[in-house]
Ligand binder design. Sequence first.
Ligand code: ADP
Ligand code: MG
Length: 456
Amino acid sequence: MIDIKDCKSTWNNCIEHIRDMVGEQSFKTWFEPIVPVALQNNVLTIQVPSRFFYEWLEEHYVHVLKDAIHAELGSKGRLEYSILADSSKSEPKSIPTAQSKVSSQTKEDTYSLDSDLNANYQFDNFIEGDCNRLARSAGLAVSNKPGATAFNPLMIYGKVGLGKTHLVQAIGNQIKKNFPGKHVLYVSSDKFTNLFMEAVKNNNTRDFSNAFLKTDVLVFDDVQFFANKEKTQEIFFHIFNDLHQSGKQIIMTSDKAPKDLTGFQERLLSRFKWGLTADLQTPDFETRVGIINKKVESEGVFIPNDVLEYLAYSIDTNVRELEGVIISMIAQSSLTQRSIDLELAKQTIATIVQNIEAEVGIDYIMKFVSDFFSVSIDQMKDKTRKREIVVARQVSMFLAKEYTNMSLKSIGSHFGGRDHSTVIHAIQSINNLMETDKKFNATMQEVFKKIKLKSA
Ligand code: ADP
Ligand code: MG
């Protein structure tokens, strides 16, 4: 007997249990997409989007899942998976594609497309961090077995400047290294759209498609630009299907998760989800330091440690911006024979990074307070009740509320997982102290001045 309602409510209870055990990001990535489909004889069947997804759950979350199932269904409870789109197995492979019909030489020449791979983007210089671990390792797997993993298509998404183009180019370059005979093509969605419109005008859309169908690996960068372009989506859909059916690798990037893309045909969106979707997040402090180090190394310059840390603390949202500041500093220092120091860093950031105040992030605030009050960041995060540490901790929380858009809850989470009421209390304490303690008030005025120096 299958009871849909029971199955749903059982899974909902499990999910509540799981939510407490895993981080928010993991929860979103790995548990929200799961759909409960059946409950029968204490066996709960859940549907997952792909084989890879299932493997990842089994490898990383088997205990969490077991605990949840046992808590809900008792020790006899079991879990089974149903895999929604196992694209590597369920797709027919033998459908002939248009590529067998080679057109005449001249027409082919029109479309001997340049591979557009840029050798500067490699795995070697793509710094690994929590922010990109899944996307990067999936990329490596695809490089080793293009078209032959469950990650087809591989869809990388993330905000601007977080390394999408770098990563997919690195995959393309790596495939060329591993399999020199393979035909790899990188194309921005803009270029694809323009070429297509030209082909429509010249009446040779067939050659256009054939040129793409000749590839073994096709990389589409920034597919969000296909939004609301019906005809382009149409041809893209056919190319996608043909390549996919003949076991060719498709890699895409987008600035949003497929589920958040608007202006797309549903059938296209559902194909985007066939393989693996992996996101790129904002890099954490260590990763930013790694990226800066790599960059200055490749430019053959040296920057002192305090400058490096200052940069990594100050620019915490966008890697492209971070690189822009470094390049500009190097240029200024070599043009004016000036050494790269903190002051140059501050000036450069102020001229390059717009809206600097919005850029004051929690990492920067904690580092600033730690320097200013001479307590370590770790001390602020742990449970110490020593007066000077409590004050530093409370000042940090106060400044975070003042200078960022973070919620109270999220501020608390940066201080060893404290809750929002602790943050409210901290803000009140600091306000009280400023009103009642002249000396403390003077200290705070200096804090306000110095923290803003960033933007001066
Ligand atoms: P996107 O395509 O997501 O807008 P890019 O791939 O163009 O971003 O990345 C912007 C810049 O940041 C590039 O110069 C890239 O080399 C660099 N970058 C991003 N992430 C990393 C990383 N993890 N390691 C090294 N460089 C990175
Ligand atoms: Mg890009």
